[in-house]
Write a protein of this length. Structure first.
Ligand code: SF4
Ligand code: SF4
Length: 246
């Protein structure tokens, strides 16, 4: 089942342009075996029943049987039929895009509530897409405490808390990221990572981050710390808890 054709068919209304076979002009069909044979006086329409419109149809329907939900309005049958009409010296357009009436195209826009609603919806989607493009994040980042231990004393006897920081570069070029503690702990806490980390295009980097408070560390037991990660264009704030044993 083609979802496009289903979707398209529910959007139709009585004024929609669609691929249609001109029943009045085409019927009754000529037998293709007698095209050019002038000996028959049997009245007939312009369709020579060559079946070409059916053969070229990608969804395998016969448009001469009327509007069908499977039709995707590709127009292949129009081109095929026009070629046949030229060969039998008849005007083209036996199958054509039409709304079944002779209404002028300017009238096609009147009283089309459904059309207006779909138009407004499409415009809204386009605006949303443009907004998304404009606010696209150039990177993503997160921080998690390492499992197993809240803190440890490093070789210098300083209090260290272990974390893992992830940075995902969402751009198509290499970028530098600056990581720094902000706020009231910016003086008392230091990071094991260099201030600048370079990450390749589209790379997701995950690495250890040791946060250290040099002795004598006079912070309370539990400290809510802000970490800033920035790439020059955008910055993100991360929160984590630093523990200082008493
Ligand atoms: S291609 Fe045209 S002439 Fe041939 S069967 Fe289809 S409608 Fe008739
Ligand atoms: S060829 Fe395309 S337009 Fe014609 S009937 Fe098939 S799907 Fe519809």
């Amino acid at each position: 089942m083609c979802p496009y054709s289903r979707f398209q068919s529910v959007m139709l209304d009585s004024k929609s342009l669609k691929v249609s076979y001109d029943l009045n002009r085409g019927e009754p069909r000529k037998n293709s075996q007698i095209v050019g044979n002038t000996s028959t006086n049997k009245p007939s329409g312009d369709c020579v029943d060559c079946q070409l419109c059916v053969q070229v149809c990608p969804v395998g329907i016969d448009i001469r049987q009327g509007l069908q939900y499977a039709c995707i309005d590709c127009g292949a049958c129009i081109d095929a039929c026009d070629e046949i009409m030229k060969k039998v010296n008849q005007p083209t357009g036996l199958i054509r895009f039409t709304n079944g009436s002779t209404t002028h195209w300017t009238d096609l826009l009147k009283n089309r509530n459904r059309l207006m609603a779909y138009g407004a919806l499409t415009l809204l989607c386009c605006l949303g897409f443009v907004y998304q493009l404009g606010t696209l994040e150039s990177f993503d980042t997160s921080i998690n405490r390492d499992r197993g231990q809240l803190f440890f004393y490093d070789t210098n006897g300083d209090i260290t808390n272990p974390y893992t920081i992830k940075i995902h570069n969402k751009t198509s070029s290499k970028a530098d990221y600056k990581i720094e503690v902000t706020g009231k702990f910016s003086e008392s806490l230091s990071l094991s990572l260099n201030a600048h980390v370079t990450i390749s295009a589209a790379e997701m980097r995950s690495q250890n981050l040791m946060v250290t408070c040099r002795q004598p560390c006079d912070l309370p037991y539990r400290n809510q710390v802000n970490l800033k990660v920035s790439n020059g264009d955008q910055s993100k704030m991360l929160d984590f808890v630093f523990f200082n044993p008493k």
